[in-house]
Design a protein around this ligand. Structure first.
Ligand SMILES: NC(=O)c1ccc[n+]([C@@H]2O[C@H](COP(=O)([O-])OP(=O)(O)OC[C@H]3O[C@@H](n4cnc5c(N)ncnc54)[C@H](OP(=O)(O)O)[C@@H]3O)[C@@H](O)[C@H]2O)c1
Length: 327
């Protein structure tokens, strides 16, 4: 204690004045930097996640153009995007494999008094599908594109035990479709100097997810593609947004009932759409923003925990498959 008092007296003495001035300066700069970064974090967060749901700072999506295109729109998150965009006054083109499911969604969309078109297409079919898609979209003024379609593993699995054609389809559906659809629609957006492209990545793009390795890596592609493109076209009036959801209760996650950490697609998308213009890269809803922060803080611990949990899910899925085979 006495030593500490002596050290403090020495510090405050005139002979150490220059040192004291520098130390104080560094302290003040550090404090300002902390305050600034806290404000930079809090301002968009408050606008997007607190005020926009109350109707303040809610983005005007119609300003990008009268039509939106949503891929993988017959179910889950894509269906919710299509319906929410229709609710906000946009005409929508919806795309997925099943014509029947698309027609059901189209009927729902028509209730909002907007136009809807369906394009049944299989995004795992390769490059030959895009000229036909281009033909079907060429007469529309498309201001918004939601690259939502996605494919994961049947269940968590070791890389070598996933069939090679499944791995190819994951890359085709998750990455190639996004690149091709953007390449197809971005030129007219650039010409009009306005446009919004929303790319759906995943929390698994934020850190590697063992046992879903190729899915997780494909979502890193979505994330880098979005952030790079935003740098390239941001100054040309284009907004590219990357959404990285955690679990959402859909067929893909297998979570049947919404939970606090796994919202319904509607709840998730309502929140995610409010972040447009406030964030170029965000998780989409408050529980998932918190998850990203926590996972990043304890990344190595969570990587291990996630891998263990995937192993358990795999074991359960294999048992279920075995049972079904016997029945
Ligand atoms: N659910 C989650 O927890 C979660 C978490 C993070 C990220 N995500 C991402 O969010 C996106 C949507 O996921 P989701 O959970 O809503 O999936 P989902 O419920 O399985 O729906 C997938 C949609 O894509 C369509 N689709 C699937 N394969 C297709 C193909 N080859 N060609 C054309 N359409 C195809 C499906 O319709 P058809 O069967 O009619 O083709 C369906 O409309 C994906 O990119 C996914 O990676 C989901």
């Amino acid at each position: 204690m006495e030593f500490a008092t002596q050290a403090w007296d020495l510090f405050m003495s005139d002979c150490l004045y220059p040192f004291r001035a520098v130390a104080t300066g560094v302290g003040v700069v550090y404090l300002l930097k902390t305050v600034c970064s806290t404000l930079c974090f809090l301002c968009p967060f408050i606008k997007a996640y607190v005020l926009a749901p109350l109707g303040i700072f809610r983005p005007n999506l119609k300003k990008y153009g009268p039509w939106a295109v949503v891929t993988g729109a017959s179910e889950g998150i894509g269906r919710a995007y299509a319906i929410q965009l229709a609710k906000r006054g946009l005409n929508v083109v919806i795309m997925s494999r099943s014509r029947e499911k698309l027609e059901k969604v189209a009927d729902e969309i028509k209730k909002y008094g907007v136009e809807v078109r369906i394009i049944p297409v299989d995004f795992s079919s390769g490059a030959e599908i895009y000229p036909e898609i281009k033909k079907q979209l060429q007469d529309l003024e498309i201001g918004l594109l939601v690259n939502n379609v996605g494919l994961s593993y049947e269940h968590p699995e070791f890389f070598l035990d996933v069939p090679a054609d499944r791995l190819r389809n994951i890359l085709e559906v998750n990455c190639h479709s996004m690149v091709q659809m953007t390449h197809l629609l971005l030129p007219k957006m650039v010409e009009r100097k306005k446009g919004l492209v929303i790319n759906i990545a995943s929390l698994s793009a934020e850190f590697p997810l063992a046992m879903l390795t190729v899915y997780s890596a494909s979502k890193v592609f979505v994330s880098f593609f979005s952030d790079g493109l935003m740098q390239e076209y941001g100054s040309k009036g284009i907004v590219i947004q990357c959404i990285t959801p955690g679990l959402v209760s859909t067929a893909m996650s297998g979570i049947k009932k919404p939970r606090s950490d796994a919202p319904s697609p509607d709840t998730f998308v309502t929140s995610a759409l409010n972040t447009v213009g406030h964030y170029h890269h965000t998780a989409g809803c408050i529980p998932h923003v918190i998850q990203v922060l926590v996972f990043k803080l304890w990344a190595s611990k969570f990587k291990r925990m996630a891998a263990d949990s995937m192993m358990k899910t795999r074991a359960k899925a294999l048992k279920r498959k075995e049972r079904e085979k016997k029945e």
